[in-house]
Design a protein around this ligand. Sequence first.
Ligand code: AMP
Ligand code: MG
Length: 401
Amino acid sequence: MLSLEDAVELTLSSVTELEPEKVKLREALRRFSAQTLHAKVSLPGFDNSAMDGFAVVSTDLSKASESNPVTLKCSGIIPAGRCSDETVRPGHCMRIFTGSPVPIGADAVVMQEYCRINQEDGTVSCMDSVRPWENIRMQGEDVRSGDQVIIKGQRINTRAIGLLAATGHYAIEVGREPKVALVATGSELVEAPQELAPGQIYDSNRTMLAALLKSVNGSPKIYPIIRDELNATCKALEAAFKENDIVITSGGVSVGDHDHVKPAIEQLGGSINAWKVAIKPGKPFVLGQVNGRTLLGLPGNPASALVTYQLLVRPTLLKMQGATDCQPAKRVGVLAEEFTNKGDRRHFVRVSIDAQGIISSAGGQRSHMLGSLAKANALLDIPPHARLAKSNQAEVIMFED
Ligand code: AMP
Ligand code: MG
C-alpha cells in the first residue's frame, strides 16, 4: 500500500500544465497567473493631494496657527483628473481636492478644515502650520512602474485583481481550466427525480464532485451513470478520455467481481500506476493512464470520494493550471473532544471548525455515511494508532466552498 505522500507525488507527476489562455481581468478571479506581471504605471502615478484643502508653499505657513492665521492669495482650482500649468508662488495657494495633482511650486497641502475663505477678496486664511510634503502622496511611494505585482503560478484573488487593475492590466494569461470527465459506475445508481426501485440508491458523487470542481476552476463534463459491465465501462472511459483533459471516476475500484475500472484501463491499453493508499476513508484510490491522459479512480463511498478528491484530485487539477501552491489551506484549532485512530492507516475525520477555532466531529465517520457531510468544513488527519486528547491544538485541512 502506498503512503499518501507517494500517492500524491505519483499523481501530480502524471499530469503536465495545460497551455495558458488570455482572459479579461474581470474573469480572472481564482485562476492562476501564467506569467510574472509588472506594474505598467507607478502608484501613485503623480504627486497628488491626500486631502481636500489648499496647495501651498510650506514655508509660508511654518508659523501659522489659530491665533496667528496666515492669509494667502488663491490663484486657482485643481479638480481631480486635471493638471494645472500654473506655479504656486510664495504668498499664494490653490484650491485642491483628494487625488488632484499637486501644482508646481507647492510642497504641502493644508486641510480645508484649517482654512477660512474670505468671500470679499477670495483670499484664504490658514490656521495651521504644515511641514514640507505634508498631505501629499508621492509618485511611486506605493508601487513603482516595473515592480512585480504578481508571480507566475500565484492564485488571483480579489485583492490581486484590484492591484492588477490599478497598474494597468486588463487581460492576463492564466492556466486553462481543465476539462474534467465525471464518470460514476454502479448498477445500483439512479439519478433523481427518478423513482428508486428496491436496491437502488441516488448517485451523489457526480453532483458533489462537479460542485467541488468549481472552486478549483475545473470544467466538469458529467457522463451518464455506467452499469457494472466491462464493455460499458470501456466505452464510457474511451469517450471520457477523448473529450477531456483528465478523467475522474467514482466506484468500481475495489476487489469485487463488479469492479471494472482497472480492467477497463488495461483493456484500453493504459496502465495502472498506483492502487491503494494508506488512508481511511479512500484506500482503493486508483491512478491510471491511457494515451498520456490521467484517470483518477475514486472509491464509490461518498466520504471516500470526498477525501480522495481533497487529498489527491484537487492538487492535481491545480498543478494542471500551473499553480505554485497546490495544497489546501490549513487552520489550527483546539479539539473539543478526544479523537482516536486504532487502525494502521491515517484517518481523515470529517470535522467542523467554528469561527473560534473549536474543532468537533461532524458526526458518523464510516465511509458510507453522508449524514455528517453538510456540517463538515474540514478534515482532521489522525496518524495511525494515535490518540489526540481533548483541548489539544490540532491542524485541520479546510474545504473551500
Ligand atoms: P464501490 O466503490 O463501487 O464498491 O461502491 C462503494 C459504495 O459506494 C457502495 O455502497 C455504492 O453503492 C456506493 N456508491 C458508489 N457510487 C456512488 C455514487 N456515485 N453515489 C453514491 N454512492 C455511491
Ligand atoms: Mg460499485
